[in-house]
Structures are given as C-alpha cells and as structure tokens.
Design a protein around this ligand. Structure first.
Ligand SMILES: Nc1ncnc2c1ncn2[C@@H]1O[C@H](COP(=O)(O)OP(=O)(O)OP(=O)(O)O)[C@@H](O)[C@H]1O
Ligand SMILES: [Mg+2]
Length: 255
C-alpha cells in the first residue's frame, strides 16, 4: 500500500522548558481534509511550523510525498508541494491582490530555453500563463472583484482568502491553514468552507487549525485533538464531539 501524503512520526518541539509538541504522530492522505484542534497553547501552530519548515523539530520524523523533509528549509519544501497560511494575516500591503498572487506563481516558474531571444519569448509565454493562472485563482477564492486593490485596502476576511490564494499559487499537494476563519462573520465562514471543499475537490489535502467548531465539523473528514502538545484523540467529527477526553480538555481550559 502506498504511504500517506504526510506522515508525522514521534514529532517533538521544545522551547526551553516548554514541550510545545510531544511525540506527535499522525498522517494525512491525498485530498483529505484533516482538522487540528485543541485549547490555546496546545501546540497547533507549532505543529504547522514544524510541518512547513518554519522551525526545525527537536526530534521526530516528517515524511512528505515519500521523502524525509524534516531537515529541509521552507523554500526547499514549497516546491515539493507544501504550502501554508499564518495565524496572523501576512500580506504585502503595497502590492495589489493580483500582484501578490502573481509573485507566488513564480515559485513554479522555470524558463528552460537557452538563447536570449528564445528565453525572452519563453519568458513572455510564461508571464501570460502566470497571469491566466492568477486570474483563475482569483475567481476560485472569490477575489476577482478586488483584484486590483492594494492588499491593505481589502477586508480582513479577504486578506485571509488572499493568503490561501497565494499558497494555492505555489501548486501545493498539502495546504496548511492556521485559523483561516479568525475574525470572520458567519457568511464569510460559509464562503471559506466552500473554498476548502473545492480545494479538496482539486485533489489538494488540507490540514486546518480552527477554533470555530462549526467550520471544523463541516469541512473535515477526520480530526486530531491536541492538549499540552500531545495527541489526546483522533477520529471523525462525530467521534470527537462525544469523546470525554476532548470535552475534558476544553472544559479544563475554560476554568
Ligand atoms: N517561538 C516560540 N518560543 C517559545 N515558546 C513558544 C514559541 N512558539 C510557541 N511557544 C509555546 O509553545 C506552546 C504551544 O504554542 P502554539 O502557538 O503552538 O499553540 P496553539 O495551539 O497554536 O495556540 P493558539 O490556539 O493560542 O494559537 C505555548 O506554550 C507557547 O507559548
Ligand atoms: Mg496557534
């Protein structure tokens, strides 16, 4: 049987005396949408940082598309098909929405022609292809109407969609979303759920961290629950909702 797209094996991250992630193992299959939930400080963002390569693990293994990636940098992982968004919105404010996506498209840009005239012709062809791809991604996430606005001028929900669009431009096989619905109202969350479902229909796997349970339950086929850096449960949305350890972890955090 083929190996799952992403396999975490005994992953750990220590910050001084804090064990942010402890002996974490789980896997994600191709085109699977998996939720990563847990109380504040339970190690969700750290897990995404380790998978994306933002920080190295203290121990453990990360396999992606059949290869060991734990020692690769972010820029070495992106071309393999690993892309992420951040918990806090990060866009280039002076770029237009379109320019920001177009810039990310260039991660895939490889002009192979050797002579200068051929290189220019091929670069122009590439540029046209990237512009068409950007146009398609704009429509896909629902940002066509604000394509030429500066990224800083669009709503915070639209900035979150822009982070997803930028990640999609790198043609990921796995997209890591850290609290994509933060600050969104109900209608915006519903649109986001639609975008995540259509991402999966494109054959892209998604790992989504989210505090909004309605969204998690709607889009995920499987959920992994963390508490104090450790996996305390894993299962379908229905399993997780009635899991006593999960209920305990959340109520414990609320007191
Ligand atoms: N760069 C860092 N340096 C030191 N400690 C860190 C760092 N990043 C995270 N931590 C600590 O690691 C633990 C896990 O943090 P993490 O951000 O992964 O939690 P989280 O589950 O994403 O929380 P939240 O729901 O609040 O976003 C926390 O105790 C946090 O203070
Ligand atoms: Mg976090």
């Amino acid at each position: 049987m083929a190996e799952p797209l992403l396999v975490l094996n005994g992953l750990g991250k220590q910050f001084g005396g804090v064990q942010a992630v402890k002996d974490l193992s789980f896997s994600i299959g191709a085109a699977e949408v998996v939720g990563l939930i847990g109380p504040n400080g339970s190690g969700k963002s750290t897990s995404v940082n380790l998978i994306s390569g933002t920080m190295p693990p203290s121990h453990g293994e990360i396999r992606f598309a059949g290869a060991s990636v734990a020692r690769l940098s972010v820029s070495e992982r992106v071309p393999l098909g690993l892309a992420r968004t951040f918990q806090t919105t990060s866009v280039f404010p002076e770029f237009s929405v379109r320019e920001q996506i177009l810039t990310a498209c260039h991660v895939r840009y490889r002009s192979s022609a050797s002579g200068s005239v051929f290189r220019m012709a091929s670069a122009r062809r590439e540029e046209r292809a990237q512009r068409a791809k950007t146009q398609e991604i704009l429509a896909f996430v629902g940002l066509s109407a604000v394509a030429d606005e500066p990224a800083s001028a669009v709503s915070s929900a639209q900035q979150r969609l822009l982070m997803i669009a930028t990640a999609l431009a790198t043609e990921p096989r796995l997209l890591l979303l850290d609290e994509p619905a933060a600050g969104m109202v109900a209608k915006e969350r519903k649109d986001l759920a639609g975008v995540i479902q259509r991402i999966r229909e494109r054959g892209i796997a998604v790992l989504v961290i989210e505090h909004h349970m309605g969204l998690i339950m709607e889009v995920c086929s499987r959920i992994v629950v963390l508490n104090f850096g450790q996996r305390i449960a894993e299962g379908t949305p229905a399993d997780i909702q009635r899991n006593p350890a999960v209920i305990d972890a959340y109520l414990g955090g609320a007191h």
